[in-house]
Design a protein around this ligand. Sequence first.
Ligand code: ACM
Ligand code: ZN
Length: 766
Amino acid sequence: MIEKIMKRFFLLIFIAISAIELLAQSAQIVLPLIPKPKSINLEKGSFVVNNSTIILADKNSFEAKYLKECIQNYYGFNLSISENYVKDASIISLSLAIPDTTVFDKEAYQLLINPNRISITAAGTNGLFYGIQTLLQLLPLEKNKEIKVGCVNIIDAPKYNWRGMHLDVSRHFFQKAFVKKYIDYLAMYKMNTFHWHLTDDQGWRIEIKKYPKLTDIGGWRKGSMVGHYNEQKIDSFLYGGYYTQDDIKEIVAYAAERHITIVPEIEFPGHAMSAITAYPEFSCTGGPFEVATTWGVFDDVFCPKEETFTFLEDILSEVIELFPSQYIHIGGDECPKTRWKTCKNCQSVIKREGLKDEDELQSYFITRLEKFVNSKNRKIIGWDEILEGGLAPNAAVMSWRGTKGGIEAAKLKHFVVMSPGSHCYFDHYQGEPKNEPIAIGGFTTVEKVYSYQPTPKELSADESKYILGAQGNVWTEYINLPENVEYMALPRMAALAEVVWGTANTKQYQDFEKRLTKHFDLLDHKGINYSKSIYQITTKVSPNKDGSGILLNIATAFDVNKIKYSFDDEPLNLNSPNYFSPLIIDKNTRVKVAYFENGKQKSSTIEQPFYISKSTGKKITLKFNASEKYSSGNPFALVNGVRGDSVRRQSDWLGFRINNLEATIDLQKLTPFSQIKLNFLKDPANWIHYPKRLEIMVSEDGKSFITIGVVGGDDIRAMKGNVTINFTAQNARYVKIIAVHSGKIADGNPGVGSDSWLFIDEILID
Ligand code: ACM
Ligand code: ZN
């Protein structure tokens, strides 16, 4: 009896310890899985993979070969694929059977890792593929003779059917090899739709046998924009490229094996400069045109004449042959009606068809081609502008100008893919713009993407069924290299993948972030140039109380004391000092900061030059308020030691719409100086103009000022806004600077007659 009790007692203790162990284990184990599976149950023990592990699967299974190849590439193991059970072998089995899920889902899978076997079970090969992706994310990164994977039972299925990523290959062209890599990234995150933006004003990228000039002429442009659009600089290098139909077939097949559908986009009626440069007869004016060298929206578009429809139907026929996707994307966005309004042919079509206006003409254009696509047993999808003038009867809508178009379409019982600029445009900045490579604009952090909910609250349960899913867009005006695509797409793609998989929980962003930082090790391992902007190192300058220079305050969402810094040419590395309190900056210098953890630099390095003068950090007041849009209108921006960036203007600049700049700086005591430097911006495209005149005044008491210098508009222009004024030696406490606003925009400039902007940055007094 005693013995029995003792045994049970020990057994109970043993169970208790195991349970505690397991609890402790699950409390600290963060599986680096993205997207997060629906259900994860950690179990005790681990499975060992080594050179003699067998993949038990159908010999012809792509998934088995794929798994074999991945493990070969990672670890050098040469696993054999067997259709027959091998006694005592360590086995990874891939079986087609309905997994143990509560609701049947054709994409569902179960990944069960036991000490003696890994089983992936799914109803379809796509489910098997997803199970493999989960397994691959669980494998250790260290190479070894054998590797261990912890036991776990994962049951998983996605929420949305359209788990998409887009890539614009017109603004910049990406070689076949990189397109495959991009498809691999989608596959890693169990995304299933690749929207391939193949044509646009700046280049036609798909071979069409019947119209060779589309690529021979339309595939090449004479130059490209350098820097930001605002700078209006264009180089003179011939730029272009295209995919042959063989390339396309190869990529479509590559994607299909990875359970990714490619939805090709052929743009009409707008964004057609490359096509009408090659075939000007399909425009309203007949041209001649040039493939666009600048970004933007162009007035010359397809003209809805009969020959144009034949041309586009021929193109669509070849496209449909190449792409087995249910949907063909026809663009439809940003089509100006300028030419149509004055085109005899367009107006006669409006009359003939009894259309109300040019919006209805656009709808007629798209509906006609929809009929053609439908006749080939396919459907069209277009950007939300296709709602204007009436939606084609069977069209799906991709909602990009917010969610309004998507909501409207769903209410009309049309299918919708959500891709609003606010959350899904991965060409936007993802961190503090001044620390990021030049982007088109916007601000869409990983956290913001993660917070996205594709099904709008405005829809009823019935209407919600029309939301197919969501998609991230990578427009490439400012993305010219594969590594830059990686930077902009990742990790935002990972965040969106979890959103469309349906396991993202906005309230648990921290949980996602924990998995993501671990997942970064895998991205490092693969050599992917992902963005580290989640470390979000932000710097803020404040006055130094003792009056000399400024204080540099550094912050991050992570542990701020793990930030290290260095000055000027000192290297920034593990030996650099850690940040504990604001840095005093009292002379010209360049500060570098980065986030370090576990002996490794985690963030990118942020570098900030400082320009320190006698006015830096001093009290500055404005007579008239600056616009709150820039630097929140805070005049301290003018004496913070940081010079405004000519492209990224959200911070450091002050902008005045109508008012003069009238700033008074209190140097706190009588101060000798003989030079003032000021910087003004000119960007007529954005209505920003130099001031008409500049006046500098000084005072000892802050009440009575005398003028010590005046600079005229011609001199400001001659100095290109970088104004330096030298004086005879001065000794003053207060310096007043008046920059007279240029007023209404003059003839010959964009926005003529409107109020211009005056932009000024740092004021340096020495
Ligand atoms: C778009 O961004 N023009 C769809
Ligand atoms: Zn026309």
